[in-house]
Design a protein around this ligand. Structure first.
Ligand code: BGP
Length: 488
């Protein structure tokens, strides 16, 4: 049982980022406004119980657009990768990256989302990024839509709730495939598509729920999601036509759920929560809606408006590989009043007594990664790709250095379990650490929730020199990559 296999020789080590968390330059090069540009920073003391800073509703958008709302918008500033990409990519090359995952700002290419012609300056910007990466032998992986959508599509259509947005998305995807066909072979459609039913205004769905009558909101989430599934399947079809040797992945925030006790009620609760999580990959990989979700819909009077060919489109165009993020596991019980709630933002659950938590209450569970990899592979028998994993933590500079052994420990323990899963026979294409360079946090818009191997001197208020500093983890990860995961 102890025999460990090595990682495949062509294993893709690297890191992952998102446009709205790194680029800045939100109004440069002809870019239009995106939903992410509406996200203001809210100090911790003013955040709600779930510790999320992203409150986007129609009133807030109105106030922002008319200049009434005065706030800071860190996602408009990012870490200024728009200008600093040559130095930043150089540092990633120094670590020996084989791959960097970026996302394209849809509103750089189609400023309002529905123009007839793309914006050449936006396309040229990503050409420069890809050329810079390829110069060092770093392969790009591209997410078409990472937690944002052109604001024009939100205002005009209420995002993916309207079927017209499917056509605009596929058109956008095809423009990218044709332009970058010689440069990009790994693509993802929607980042963490499963977050849509939790926080739909902030994800790629771009649906502002307060525009929908209360009684129809739950249904609206699934309708918008159906349109995203179609958009994803049609983009996959186009990719295979335009770049036959490219691969398309779906992208799931894998939330592994455990039952708190051996009580079958707790185990059943965990099973249902796992199904609710895997429902997305079930559709994108198997090409059809699973029965358990149909039962849930009929019990809750939910239904989808579909067109005749929709089911065929989903069935005929599954993804080529399954990409997922993994940060934590979640523990649940059928007897909620008897246990302590989990204090992490985002996810509803209870404290797992066996696991430590991060500074943001996320339950740290490396063995859960091995379980998640085995489960996904058993279920789908398709190649897997870890496209996000990492520890958000506070870093301290001491005499110009950052000794982030806590981050190294987190990553090391997860990579060890990943190797166990590879030894179990899981087909794994690569590992991309989230935020290899510090970036703006998605959920809290803080800079102080840091994931990077490279420190960026910017604080939560946007102040700082923007200087880049190599942390201890930088040198550690360099060694890991150089040894293909043997020197941990
Ligand atoms: C994922 C997102 C990323 C990201 C990461 C860490 O859900 O795909 O965009 O930021 O989580 O989350 P946070 O920044 O909230 O710590």
């Amino acid at each position: 049982m102890n025999q460990l296999k090595s990682f495949p020789a062509n294993f893709l080590w690297g890191g992952a980022t998102a446009a709205n968390q790194i680029e800045g330059g939100f109004d440069l090069g002809g870019k239009g406004l995106s939903s992410a540009d509406m996200v203001a920073y809210v100090p911790k003391s003013e955040r709600g119980a779930n510790n999320i800073s992203i409150e986007v509703d129609s009133q807030r958008i109105q106030d922002i657009l008319s200049g009434v709302f005065q706030g800071r918008f860190p996602k408009r500033e990012g870490i200024d990768f728009y200008h600093s990409y040559p130095q930043d990519i150089h540092l990633m090359a120094e670590m020996g990256f084989k791959m960097l995952r970026i996302s394209i700002h849809w509103s750089r290419i189609f400023p309002n989302g529905d123009e007839k012609q793309p914006n050449e300056a936006g396309l040229a910007f990503y050409d420069k990024i890809f050329d810079e990466l390829l110069k060092y032998g770093i392969q790009p992986m591209v997410t078409l839509c990472h937690y944002e959508i052109p604001l024009g599509l939100v205002q005009k259509y209420n995002g993916f709730l309207h079927r017209a947005v499917v056509t605009h998305f596929v058109n956008y995807a095809e423009v990218l495939f044709k332009r970058y066909k010689d440069k990009v072979k790994y693509w993802l459609t929607f980042n963490e598509i499963n977050m849509v039913t939790m926080h739909s205004p902030y994800t790629g769905a771009g649906v502002i729920l307060d525009r929908v009558p209360k009684a129809q909101r739950e249904n609206a989430k699934y309708q918008a999601l159906h349109h995203q599934f179609l958009a994803s399947a049609l983009a996959t079809k186009s990719l295979h036509k335009i770049i036959p040797d490219a691969r398309m992945g779906c992208m799931l925030a894998r939330m592994l759920h455990y039952g708190l006790t051996a009580d079958p009620e707790d185990q059943r609760e965990a099973q249902w929560r796992n199904q609710q999580n895997l429902f997305y990959t079930d559709i994108q990989v198997r090409g059809e809606y699973p029965n358990y979700i149909r039962r849930y819909w009929s019990a809750n009077n939910l239904s989808l408006q579909k067109q005749r060919d929709d089911d065929i489109i989903l069935k005929q165009n599954p993804v080529d590989f399954i990409a997922f993020s993994y940060y934590m596991s979640v523990c649940v019980t059928a007897h909620k009043d008897q246990s302590k709630p989990m204090d992490g933002n985002f996810i509803e659950g209870v404290r797992n007594p066996y696991l430590p938590i991060s500074d943001w209450g996320w339950q740290i569970d490396p063995i859960g990664l091995r379980i998640a990899l085995n489960d996904l592979y058993d279920r789908y028998q398709k190649p897997l790709f870890i496209v996000e994993n990492g520890l958000g933590a506070y870093d301290k500079i001491e005499k110009g250095k950052i000794h982030d052994d806590y981050r190294i420990n987190y990553l090391r323990s997860h990579i060890c379990q990943m190797q166990e899963a590879v030894s179990d026979g899981v087909e794994l294409l690569g590992y991309l650490a989230w935020g290899p360079i510090d970036l703006v946090s998605m959920s809290t818009s803080e800079m102080s929730k840091r994931y990077g191997f490279i420190f960026v001197d910017i604080d939560d208020e946007g102040k700082g020199s923007r200087q880049r500093i190599r942390k201890d983890s930088f040198f550690w990860y360099k060694k890991v990559i150089a040894s293909n995961g043997t020197d941990l």
